[in-house]
Design a binder for this molecule. Structure first.
Ligand code: PMP
Length: 309
């Protein structure tokens, strides 16, 4: 039987024992940085692979710098802690791995980042599909604008800025859509509430530059690599206007949780013929196969967790 464990205050403990005080700074102000990493179970091989683990921890540490958080671990040490936790838990299924670095000081009325203690915790939970839809999904343009770099840095996963994504996702799903597409304050396309965005037009693939307020996505980078390596297409990073999406041949979203998700409609207008487009399908199928360690060419993206026999 797998065990529900957390890495907490420097040790592996039962999740039920991993608790913080109501005085914790991060609980009040969102002064934390997190990651979402997938552990992918390969049934045929009987192996568990973690996808692009070092890149996730590099991004976490960048977020820590942004929030002036000193956690006493390097990327290598964070990877080792993660492997150790997964070995101790013993899961043999797909997982969502959630590292969290947070301002742990028990001090409430304080709006400075400096001089506050920080801590790091980590949990892993069984996880399947993120977006509950078969085939291509239905999206809407959010009335909530994506936070600008002048408001809260959007390029790293700062907990507090997720209120922005949550407002957008809530609005979209209450209105019957699967996902929200957010625009920059200037009205350019930024990204989904938890995914980066790609557009295919006349065989060319475009994605908004990171400067248009999106997260520096690791699946985004994987999709750019796959487009180049597998399809021979260099993805062009450029500003995208909302109306271009209406006329695109294909649109797809990328994210650790969402994988490569085709968009079938935006604001009730079909994209292309409303089905999964051929370029999206090729990138998605290659991606979904390789994250479980099936493709030797991309095995260096997959870290195997040695499990007891
Ligand atoms: N944008 C946002 C706002 C996200 O939360 C995520 C999920 N981490 C992404 C994009 C996709 O990033 P990644 O591919 O690194 O998971």
């Amino acid at each position: 039987m797998p065990r529900e464990l957390a890495f907490f205050r420097g040790a592996i403990v039962p999740i039920a024992e991993a608790k913080v005080s109501v005085m914790t700074h991060a609980l009040h102000y969102g002064t934390a940085v997190f990651e979402g990493i997938r552990g992918n179970w390969n049934e045929e091989q009987g192996k568990l692979f973690v996808f692009r683990i070092a890149e996730h921890y590099d991004r976490l540490l960048q977020g820590c710098r942004m929030l002036m958080m000193d956690i006493p671990y390097t990327t290598e040490q964070l990877c080792a802690i993660t492997i150790e936790l997964l070995q101790s838990c013993g899961y043999r299924q797909d997982l969502y791995i959630r590292p969290l670095a947070y301002k742990s000081q028990e001090l409430v009325a304080n709006l400075r980042l400096q001089d506050l203690s920080s801590d790091f915790t980590l949990i892993a939970v069984p996880f399947g599909a993120y977006i509950d839809a078969e085939g291509a999904i239905d999206c809407t343009t959010s009335s909530w604008r994506r936070i600008d770099d002048t408001v809260i840095p959007p390029r790293v996963k700062i907990s507090g800025h997720y209120v922005n994504s949550i407002l957008a996702k809530t609005e979209a799903t209450l209105a019957g859509f699967d996902e929200a597409i957010m625009l920059t304050p200037d009205g350019d396309v930024s990204e989904g509430s938890g995914e980066n965005l790609f557009m295919v037009t006349n065989g060319e693939i475009f994605t908004p530059p990171v400067a248009d307020n999106n997260l520096v996505g690791i699946t985004r980078d994987s999709a750019i690599t796959l487009a180049r390596e597998e399809l021979g297409i260099d993805v062009v990073e450029r500003r995208i206007r909302r109306s271009e999406l209406y006329l695109a041949d294909e649109v797809f979203l990328t994210g650790t949780a969402a994988h490569i998700t085709p968009v079938g409609s935006l604001d009730r207008r079909p994209i292309g013929n409303g089905e999964v487009g051929p370029i999206t399908a090729q990138i998605r199928d290659t991606y979904v196969d390789l994250i479980s360690g099936n493709n030797p060419k991309y095995l260096d993206w997959c870290t195997e967790v040695p499990l007891e026999a």
